[in-house]
Design a protein around this ligand. Structure first.
Ligand code: GLN
Length: 283
């Protein structure tokens, strides 16, 4: 069978579990050849099917995400390494990066809370060449991936990845204050119906946050006033039903909030800042 024929057969099979079956099959075939997808499409479609392809399709058919099978995911123009220790960066999170860049294009210090693969921090730093950042995570395995991504994207000297857990006392001692704080914390309800490719493969510690999915916001948001510069801006990813409760948590902590929507038009990011008249008051 040619590679092109094998892709067609695989796409038909994967349609049962994936909305992007043809794309999945192409990305897996490119991985089997060890080439980019565009090289595959331009140069290898008539080559014989490589030996490893069938096993990759088997894994995908068992719902394993393509990004974990091939070991990388593109995000905001960066190619980032991923493993099951980190959440796979989502296109929906790119709106958080856009909002951060629009709010503080002059940022000098950036903090990413729960950095995972480093996606949010590295995407922001890549677009603000004068900025430096710290990514914190409670998972040492995630920090290994984030550190490798900082190096591989040429930002090893501007992005520092540190072990820290906001559920522990004094986790933020010595971090200082930041112009931008980014966070895509766990926000899924424990009992949520999730696609098997998410629930069975992505790290539970990055997804789940109590019965309502609000536990991480309740702990993290009230602490942001000690970490933000008085004119600093925090961008917090939320689940699409969580805008009201998270805005209420933020208001109780003294922040005003502005909502940003994702490409599907759903609420996705809350932008928090200290109201103008109160800036300096909490510092
Ligand atoms: N957006 C992810 C999902 O819906 C959840 C990410 C998170 O909890 N931070 O699968």
């Amino acid at each position: 069978m040619t590679a092109g024929e094998a892709i067609r057969a695989a796409a038909e099979r994967l349609a049962a579990i994936s909305d992007t079956a043809r794309l999945d099959a192409e990305v897996l075939m490119a991985h089997a050849f060890g080439v980019s997808r565009s090289d595959l499409l331009l140069r290898h479609m008539r080559d014989p099917e490589p030996a490893g392809f069938a096993a990759l399709v088997e894994r995908r058919a068992a719902s394993e995400p393509v990004a974990y099978i091939v070991g990388h995911q593109d995000f905001f123009g960066l190619t980032l390494a991923v493993s099951p220790a980190v959440l796979i960066p989502r296109g929906d999170s790119e709106v958080l990066v856009e909002a951060a860049l629009a709010a503080r294009p002059d940022a000098r210090r950036v903090l990413d809370c729960g950095t995972g693969s480093g996606a949010l921090l590295l995407a922001v730093l890549a677009n603000i060449p004068g900025a430096k950042g710290i990514g914190i995570d409670r998972s040492p395995e995630a920090l290994t991936i984030a550190t490798a991504n900082a190096e591989a994207t040429g930002m090893g000297d501007r992005a520092e990845m540190r072990l820290a857990d906001w559920d522990q006392p004094d986790w933020s001692a010595g971090l200082g204050r930041f112009d931008l704080i980014l966070a895509n914390p766990p926000y899924v309800e424990e009992a949520a119906q999730l696609d098997p490719s998410v629930r069975a493969f992505e790290p539970a510690g990055a997804l789940f946050a109590g019965a309502e999915g609000l536990d991480a916001y309740r702990v993290l948001i009230p602490q942001l006033c000690y970490l933000l510069a008085s004119d600093g801006v925090a961008l917090i990813e939320i689940g699409h039903t969580q805008a009201e409760p998270v805005a209420a948590i933020a208001a109780a902590a003294g922040f005003e909030s502005k909502l940003h929507h994702d490409l599907g038009g759903r609420p996705r990011v809350l932008q928090l800042q200290i109201p103008l008249g109160k800036q300096g008051a909490s510092a």
